[in-house]
Write a protein that binds this ligand. Structure first.
Ligand code: HEC
Length: 107
């Protein structure tokens, strides 16, 4: 049930991203479908939905790649991010890191 709600939230956030964000910041439909979960917490524009979640917009790509691999491989244990990163391949990580790194931070 919890998972289901997050999916709905992800869909809503993705939809919002597609409609109100400027074209340059809106993720493609393919990215939204694949990483909508991430956008539900970190924002499609890379600005987190809660102040206790990190903003990722404009973060260094290499740092994002490194930290996502650490979450995935258990070197940076985290109850939330561990399961999120688990299914990601190296090329997924590269793709989503490039996306967030390419966004402009407005904070
Ligand atoms: C349920 C909310 C949630 C979801 C969904 C989520 N994250 Fe996170 N993310 C967090 C939180 C909370 C942290 C901080 C973890 C910590 O304490 O280290 C975090 C940390 C991170 C970090 C490290 C930031 C830093 O400054 O070190 C990255 C990168 C990241 N998330 C990417 C992703 C990606 C990519 C996805 C989708 C596969 C995702 N997150 C899904 C909540 C979430």
């Amino acid at each position: 049930m919890k998972f289901h709600n997050r999916c709905l939230l992800a869909a809503a956030v993705a939809l919002l991203g597609a409609t109100i964000l400027p074209a340059s910041a809106a993720p493609s439909a393919a990215l939204s479908a694949k990483y909508g979960m991430c956008f539900a917490c970190h924002g499609a524009d890379g600005h987190a939905i809660l102040p206790t979640y990190p903003n990722l917009a404009g973060q260094n790509k290499d740092y994002l790649v490194q930290t996502l691999k650490q979450f995935r491989d258990g070197q940076r244990p985290n109850d939330v991010m561990g399961p999120m990163a688990k299914p990601l391949s190296d090329s997924d990580i590269n793709q989503i890191a490039m996306y967030f790194a390419g966004l402009r931070s407005t904070k």
